[in-house]
Structure formats: C-alpha cells, structure tokens
Design a protein around this ligand. Structure first.
Ligand SMILES: [Ca+2]
Ligand SMILES: [Ca+2]
Length: 482
C-alpha cells in the first residue's frame, strides 16, 4: 500500500489501530449513551480512546443517591468546533443547562449540579471527528448556608484540608512533574440568603510543555501524562543544577510514535551541545548521564498518531571521573585530569616501543571509561634505528629475554658516520646465546664482535654507516640480556 502519512487521514487511523509498538492504546470501545448509577464513574465519548464516531447524538443519564449532588470534570475534552457537549442539571434536557462545551477544554472543573441527577448530551453532527471526552464524576454532599460542597482531590495532585464549612481554607498541590493551574488555595464563603460557596473553582494539575528545572531532583513528564501526549508539540525543558555537579536521568517509562515523535537530549545548555541521544518508539536507555551541570530536553510530536509518552526522573550526581589509568612499565604518563573528554598521553622510556594507543580519552556515557586501554612499552626483537643516538634493549629487559630469539637491529646512519656502541648491561647464557655486531647487513659482513656470558663487552666502534646487531638465544636458560 502506498500512502503518505501526513496527507491521508485514513492511513493514519489504520496505522494507529494496527500499531503494536505503542502500548496503552485501549481497544475496548465506548458506547454512544447510557445509564450510570454508581456513586462515582467515568463516561467516555463513543469509540474512545479513538476519535468519536460522527453524525449522532448520544445521551448519558447519571444518577447518584438523593442525599448527594453530582460533581464532574472532563479529564480529556476535545471535539470538533461544531460538536458540543451539554450538561443539564437534572434528569433530562428540560433541566437547567449547567455547561456547554466545544473544542478543547481538558481538566476543567464544571459547576456543581444542584440535583442528584445530570444528563450529558453529546451532539456529534458536524461530520468531523476528534478525540472526544473522558468525563469523571462523583457524588458529593449537598451544600447548605454554612457548608460548601466537598472538594475532590485534583487528578495528579492532592487536596490539603478536609473542612468544607464557611471560613475553611483548602489548599492544593500537584504530584511531581505536574503544574498547578488555577488557585492553590480556596476558601468557603458565606453568601447572605444563599448557599455557601467556594471563592474560586478548584485548580487542576497539568503537565507543562517546557520548564526550567533547578532543583536537585525532579520529574519530567510528557504533556497530558499518563494520557497520551497531544499532536504538534514542541516542548523544551532545561535542567540546570549547581556548578560542578552532573545530572543523571532515569527513564521510568517511554513510548512515542516511532520515527515521528522524538525526544532529543542535549548534553549542555542549548541545542549546539552534543546530543546524549535522540529517542523514539519504545527504545530509550534506563539511565542517561550528563557530562556537565546542564541538560536540554526537546520533545516534538508531529501532526498524527500519538503514544503514551514518557516519565523521566532526574537527580544531581557527583560528576565521576575515569579510573586512574595504569602507567605501563617503562612508560611515562602525561596529563592528570580524568574527567569526560580529557586526554592522557603516554610515551616510553628510550629503547622501548609503544604498543597500543599513545593518547586515550575519557568517554561520556553511562559508565566512565577510557576509549582504549593504556598502551604497553615493550623492547622489540628487531628494529631499524636511524637517529644519531639511541638505545637497544633485549626483549623483556630488564627481565630475562625469551628463548629461541633471532633478533636483528639495523643502525643506519648518514654516509660518513660510524657508530660507538656502549654496553651498559650484558648477560647471556655462556656459549649458547650470542650477540654479534657486524659492519653491514649480511651474515657474512665483517664481524666487529661476538659476545656471550656475563662479561660486559668493551666499547665498540663501527666504521661503516650501516651497523647490524644480531641476538640469538637457544631453547633453554635465559638471562636478562642487554
Ligand atoms: Ca505522532
Ligand atoms: Ca639460552
């Protein structure tokens, strides 16, 4: 099938229904209309959580015990502009209209009903569709002149105070990651000749689509979490903790539309910083570590298909360093800073050859480690030396050389120069392991000296510019060499 995601709406819908990568999409579909008798409950638009079916009117009748009244709010509300929901303060549409809503109104608290019955009528005649609604209701005590209506806990938050008589104050706070929208405190006022009333509506707890987080720890949620996030988001969160500290993000849940809705995390204060990663679908690492005291999170969703979103927790951590690198035997380390991106260099003492990487750097990532192991400094069996001075060591020096060696070092000097050869150490198995110095590359070239045993050879002079040193050891009895 050929289809372009952003052009064919039908294609997007099919994709949503078939998409098995996105968890939390409930597939049981809500009916159009019904009777609700519990002391609390949920009313969903037809087909919810998918877009509602159009060209119909659905009537929902909600009844609670007679000593209570109905209190309700829309956790989610999204209709086409010409489709509306009407709430009637009684058993049918002849009762007083409590509220009439169209468009987008999630989280709003509705006026309290005066009766124990309400009727909710959904007019979906426009032919256009949208997400619909998720209406939550509960039975609350009737009010009086000295008693305000009982105040429910906000979704994703809590109510502090449970006195609802005149003069009482009730405060609200939101769960981590949510922001209070509305009054953080309300009080119950006496109204002369009428029922007592709260001075303001109860607030709601929403997820902000941006933020500057400076606390030592915190929570970042995708907008509308734990409901799926909306389309067309462009959210930016900055975490900035104290200088010298690092930030660790724990990914608690993560699900976005694969390839289309992605969370990018920058290892610094702005989008020019290197990315710690770009995540979409359900793949995100459990832990992410910054290399400094700032992180930037950028979440974008496109125009169709959503998923459950994400829940991230961050905390401030000590920025860890890479472990002290081991200095190779006969080697020298330069650099003593082991933070991320810092480099340590190694070199070898004269006569030793560096094997491995001369520079290693401390890598960013969840675990602090060097990009390479420290190098080794080894005395090689054979080599070509063309410097005007140098050092030659037997393999393994200052330890014993191995058996069965056949090493050749060639000293190549500019024409006209000869070589002084001075032995600082010499020890080989007498009459079995030999060192030979010849004035030329051939085995037949003039022998300057042949040495074996434990006596240090004398100062030698080669009169040619090409001097060759051979060292042979047999299969047994090794000594420290030279
Ligand atoms: Ca999307
Ligand atoms: Ca030997």
């Amino acid at each position: 099938m050929y289809c372009t995601k952003h052009i064919q709406l039908t294609c997007a819908l099919v994709q949503e229904k078939k998409n098995t990568e996105i968890p939390f999409i409930r597939l049981s579909l809500a009916p159009c209309g019904g009777q609700y008798d519990g002391s609390e409950g949920v009313v969903l638009s037809p087909n919810y959580p998918l877009n509602y079916t159009t060209r119909q009117t659905c009537s929902y009748y909600i009844t609670v015990s007679t000593q209570f009244v109905v209190f309700g709010q829309f956790a989610v509300f999204q209709t086409a502009m010409n489709d509306s929901v009407e709430l009637f303060d009684g058993a049918d549409e002849n009762a007083r209209l409590l509220s009439s809503l169209a468009g987008s109104h999630s989280g709003e608290t509705l006026p309290l009903a005066t009766s124990n019955q309400i009727m909710l009528r959904f007019n979906a005649k426009s032919g256009q569709s949208a997400r619909g609604f998720h209406f939550v209701y509960q039975a609350v005590p009737r009010t009086s002149e000295s008693q305000c209506s009982s105040v429910p806990e906000p979704r994703y938050g809590r109510r502090i105070g449970s006195e609802f008589s005149t003069g009482s104050v009730v405060r609200f706070e939101c769960s981590p990651g949510y922001l209070l929208k509305g009054s953080s405190a309300i009080w119950c006022q006496a109204v002369p000749g009428a029922l007592a009333q709260w001075n303001s509506t109860t607030p709601s707890c929403i997820v902000p689509c941006s933020g500057n987080l400076t606390e030592r720890r915190g929570t970042i949620l995708s907008p509308a979490y734990p409901e799926p996030y909306p389309n067309s988001l462009n959210c930016l969160w900055r975490i900035h903790v104290s200088e010298g500290a690092g930030i660790q993000i724990q990914v608690v849940t993560f699900a976005t539309e694969h390839n289309w809705d992605s969370l990018e995390i920058y290892d610094g204060g702005d989008m020019t910083a290197p990315k710690l990663g770009s995540f979409s679908g359900t793949t995100a690492p459990a832990l992410l570590n910054s290399t400094s005291n700032q992180l930037l999170l950028h979440f974008q969703s496109d125009i169709s298909v959503v998923a459950a979103g994400f829940h991230l927790e961050y905390k401030t951590v000590g920025l860890t360093t890479c472990p002290e690198p081991m200095i190779p035997a006969n080697g020298i380390k330069s650099g003593d800073r082991y933070m991320v991106n810092e480099v340590v260099a190694f070199s070898c003492e004269p006569g030793y050859t560096l094997q491995g990487h001369s520079h290693i750097s401390c890598m960013p990532g969840t675990v602090r480690r060097w990009n390479y192991p420290p190098p080794l400094c080894i005395a090689r069996c054979s080599g070509v030396l063309s410097e005007m001075s140098g050092v030659i060591l037997s393999p393994g020096f200052p330890g014993n050389y191995p058996g069965n060696l056949d090493c050749t070092w060639q000293i190549t000097l500019p024409t006209g120069y000869g070589a002084h050869i001075q032995f600082l150490n010499f020890s080989s198995e007498d009459n079995h392991d030999f060192l030979e110095v010849r004035a030329g590359p051939q085995h037949s070239s003039a022998l300057i000296g042949q040495f074996t045993g434990s006596q240090i050879p004398p100062l030698l002079l080669s009169t040619t510019h090409l001097t060759v040193i051979h060292f042979y050891s047999d299969h047994s009895e090794n000594r420290p060499g030279f």
